[in-house]
Design a protein around this ligand. Sequence first.
Ligand code: M6R
Length: 363
Amino acid sequence: DKAGRRHFMEKEIHEQPESVARTLSQYISAVDEGFTFPAGELGLKNADRLIAVACGTAFYAGATAKYWFERYARLAVEVDIASEFRYRQPALPQNGAALFVSQSGETADTLAALRHCKENGVRTIGVVNVPESSIAREADVHLRTLAGPEIGVASTKAYTAQLSALACIALAAGASRGVMTAEETADKVRHLLEIPRLINEVMQVEPKIEELARALTRHKDVLYLGRGQFFPLAMEGALKLKEIAYIHAEGYAAGELKHGPIALIEEGTPVIVTAPWDELFEKTISNVQEVAARGADVTLITDAKGAGLAGDGYNVVVMPTCDPIAQPIVAAIPLQLLAYHTAVFMGTDVDQPRNLAKSVTVE
Ligand code: M6R
């Protein structure tokens, strides 16, 4: 049932205020705004290292969480693509844990990586959407995302649910490690609880995004840029566009631009930059100026403060102002909408893109 929408993906994008709220309510007590899940069981209190392993969009969720674990829990995190991790001889944490992020819980490489860690005595944590799946059953600790069934092959509501769960886990780890005070933790929790409302608000950019999407259909290559916690989001935005609109896209760390990819920029090259205001904003904007000076057609996804500081000459998409922990979750929505509307204009099979399966159960 598409609930009156053209595609499951469209329905799932618009469901995110509820799916994020549902997921957060799994982790946060409505009564005292504290964490309700067994944070102690995660083994992160005294851990010296966490490895996060996943594929595709789930990998980008893990890559975003790395910023949170480092910042809020002072915990060293390595993120790995499951198909690489399992065939290396990775040095496993002696005093740490391994986190596996998966919507389906059946991704063959992620499951193999989990089994490898278990066999070697590493504590395993699964952040999984399908509760009866193999990863959910086999992980030592199963932390659920409550996105509900996701039908579209492109992950949207599963992704924001993963980010929501991971934000809670990182903050709880920070609290248990004494990095965050009770007051700081409570403040962050309040900001997390605002995310469903902020997602509702950011949906208002849809008509503007649709216009930008129409223009993207004329292009063969799109560059997505981000810095800090928006770097993994740039890769996620690019993946969405590739998989459903069949347009080549690359996500890059904004600071890496001058180490190669800036050579690609010519008159009219679309560059999508996600940069709500934060302490890295000025740095990102200087990269934006560099591509704009070479003729790039820049779309800047930012908030009111960023829009005020950015200067003219860009397509600006204004998202609501939010706390840093909420920014990458809220900013994911314009990128999902951009890929979705571009795919609709291209006339692709949005929910069942060519060559792809919802769950990759072969290696
Ligand atoms: O079920 P999983 O979360 O383990 O799946 C991982 C990837 O296959 C998945 O995220 C894929 O990249 C999506 N099609 C992206 O939209």
